[in-house]
Design a protein around this ligand. Structure first.
Ligand code: ATP
Ligand code: MG
Length: 448
């Protein structure tokens, strides 16, 4: 295991608290992450000092009462905001989420007992080193997530812990200890009391975890509590020569084959959600899923909205789902036609999505060459500055007006017709050539 190296402001705060005859430790995720050789996202300090005493000790610093009712103050130490929380015992939990009250304690043992998993109870300060009151070090060493105390009671007190458990299992690659795992499954229905925002936060982190697929495979019933639309994917057959898994298993393989990027992970998780709805079996017993991309996109939008994903995420993910089955362009002309439709960013994402989707099929490398070509076409087009959209056309609406085209929809139609000509290499992207080409444009070009 690695050593704990706290940032200077953390060391300073711990020292100041100890010099004032209080106990003080860095605690939880920061110690866990340091021992795993990761950089902690934040540092939490736990102390025997009451909030009033803490404020007194840090009187020379800016101190904000950020969560005073739970014993937390934030001290700004040399520019770094540090959350300092008094040892506490949580009172009764009434809403399966928040303690009705908290009481302060002078005992570190009380404080660690209220924490969720043993690996999140480890404490550290420069004098005492690691303080391990719940067996967290051994569990960390063995990669085990174990609820502190009696799992049923702990998950019923605060249901969010169920999802935190799955999230840590996915991100750390740790296994949930047997009783903890059983309790998570047993108590999963309680998740209905957790706010959509908190579910979304944990679910996103879970999806981004390196072990997301394994966790989803084992605990899909937990996810089904807040995404019941997942249920029909389980065991949904795909009797086609391209597939070797049912829809759910295919989804998991696709998920683990894509970058750890929120949009892409969401896209892979949801990309085939409409397959069970769209499945038709022909007389030869072969399954077809016609239209599942578009139906899927429509099905997934309300799910993402309900989970309070930002509007932009909802739009991007659903747009990508709607095009995920688009054929890879075979020629540069086709590549430009696709670029015109979906833009560079979606084009790049589509390559990744198609690659991951294919990695989860019977022949995982079947379309590698096509995707490489799709990539090469894009680099070529961008490198040469080739025109694939109206913005890059060497002629604009004013040029057409000057050439005598009447203002209004006709201008747009003609520009699109000229862009077609440039993309299909029927005309170079040069003003004179385009004006000449314009003479050959049909009067009614229809909508492009
Ligand atoms: P990360 O910061 O990487 O999300 P973390 O474990 O540090 O993980 P925080 O939310 O920062 O999570 O919480 C800090 C510590 O507070 C945890 O390590 C744990 O000891 C405790 N804790 C947080 N949430 C809960 C909870 N719902 N129930 C019990 N203890 C919790
Ligand atoms: Mg943390």
């Amino acid at each position: 295991m690695n050593a704990v190296h706290a940032p200077k402001p953390v060391e300073k705060a711990l020292r100041m608290l100890c010099q004032a005859n209080q106990e003080a430790y860095a605690v939880g995720g920061c110690v866990r992450d340091c021992l795993l050789g990761k950089t902690p996202s934040d540092w939490d300090i736990t102390t025997s000092a009451t909030p009033e005493e803490t404020k007194q000790i840090f009187r020379g610093f800016r101190v904000l009462e950020t969560g005073i009712q739970h014993g937390t103050v934030t001290a700004l130490i040399d520019g770094a905001p540090l959350e300092i929380t008094t040892y506490r015992i949580d009172g009764q939990y009434l809403d399966a989420r928040h303690p009705k009250s908290v009481s302060f304690s002078r005992s570190l043992a009380d404080d660690v007992r209220r924490r969720d998993f043993t690996v999140n109870t480890l404490c550290w300060n420069p004098t005492d080193g690691i303080v391990d009151l719940c067996g967290g070090a051994a569990d960390l060493q063995n990669g085990i997530l174990r609820a502190v105390g009696e799992p049923d009671r702990r998950f019923r007190e605060d249901t969010l812990r169920i999802l935190r458990g799955l999230r840590f299992s996915a991100t750390l690659g740790f296994e949930l200890e047997a009783e903890t795992a059983k309790s998570i499954l047993r108590n999963r229905q309680l998740l209905t009391v957790v706010s959509a925002e908190r579910i979304r936060e944990e679910f996103t982190k879970l999806l981004l975890g390196k072990n997301a697929a394994e966790v989803l495979r084992e605990f899909h019933e937990v996810i089904e509590v807040f995404i019941p639309e997942l249920t029909p994917l389980l065991g949904c057959p795909q009797n086609t020569r391209y597939h070797c898994y049912d829809v759910f298993e295919h989804t998991l393989h696709a998920l683990e084959s894509i970058d750890t990027d929120e949009t892409l992970r969401l896209c892979m998780f949801f990309h085939d959600f409409a397959k069970p709805l769209c499945r038709r079996t022909d007389e030869n017993g072969t399954d077809h899923f016609k239209g599942h991309e578009k139906t899927g996109s429509e099905l997934v939008r309300p799910i993402l909205t309900r989970l309070r994903y930002p509007r932009k995420t909802v739009d991007t993910v659903t747009e990508l789902i709607a095009i995920h089955d688009t054929k890879a362009p075979k020629t540069k002309v086709e590549a430009k036609q696709l670029l015109r439709k979906i833009g560079v960013e979606h084009y790049r994402q589509l390559i990744k999505i198609k690659r991951a989707d294919n990695r989860a099929k019977a022949d995982p490398h079947a379309i590698d060459k096509k995707l490489l070509q799709m990539e090469n076409c894009l680099s070529d087009i961008l490198k040469n500055g080739e025109c694939y959209c109206l913005k890059d056309l060497a002629i604009n609406g004013n040029d057409l007006k000057a050439a005598g085209i009447s203002d209004g929809p006709e201008i747009q139609r003609k520009l699109n017709w000229l862009l077609d000509a440039v993309i299909s290499e029927a005309c170079p992207n040069e003003k004179t050539a385009l004006l000449a080409k314009l003479q050959t444009a049909p009067q009614e070009t229809g909508s492009c």
